[in-house]
Design a protein around this ligand. Structure first.
Ligand SMILES: [Cu+2]
Length: 157
């Protein structure tokens, strides 16, 4: 008895146009807009963000790809001079969720988004006038306990 082989596997190949790389002024402005995602495992998807020193303004968009609410697994994106990271995290912890875990008026905070929960997005646009090209900047999440894992280097120029 011969096994009957069914070979009806149909492969449909959808021809897609080769991706085009466009070099336009709009593309240059896009270099000043960066995105980062946080998840329910207390992690950002990027260890480093990079913007050229030619950016007069930078927009950072934070996505939360998880499902947990902000009260349980909230994330923000806070930019600091690297040496200030721990102190800003500690101050933010005391500020509470209502203040997005950022101490109001904290001069060490160079820019920050609000706290987002699962499925939410937040953006911040800030001037780079106070940043030095090649300076040592870092970003972190100031939700209590998160900065141990949720931190990265912010490269300007
Ligand atoms: Cu977080």
């Amino acid at each position: 008895m011969k096994p009957i082989r069914n070979t009806t596997a149909a492969l449909i190949l959808l021809a897609s146009p080769a991706s085009l790389l466009l070099c336009t002024p709009a593309a240059a402005a896009d270099a000043c807009k960066v995105e980062i995602t946080g998840n329910d495992s207390m992690q950002y998807d990027k260890k480093e963000l990079d913007v050229p020193a030619s950016c007069k303004e930078v927009t950072v968009t934070l996505h939360h790809s998880g499902k947990l609410p902000a009260a349980a697994m909230g994330h923000n994106w806070v930019l600091v001079n690297t040496p200030d990271l721990s102190a800003v995290a500690t101050a933010g912890m005391g500020a509470g969720l209502a203040s997005d875990y950022v101490q109001p008026g904290d001069k060490r905070v160079l820019a920050h988004t609000k706290i987002v929960g699962g499925g939410q997005t937040a953006s911040v646009t800030f001037s780079t006038a106070g940043l030095k090209p090649g300076g040592a900047y870092s970003y972190l999440c100031t939700f209590p306990g998160h900065n141990a894992l949720m931190r990265g280097k912010f490269k300007f120029g």
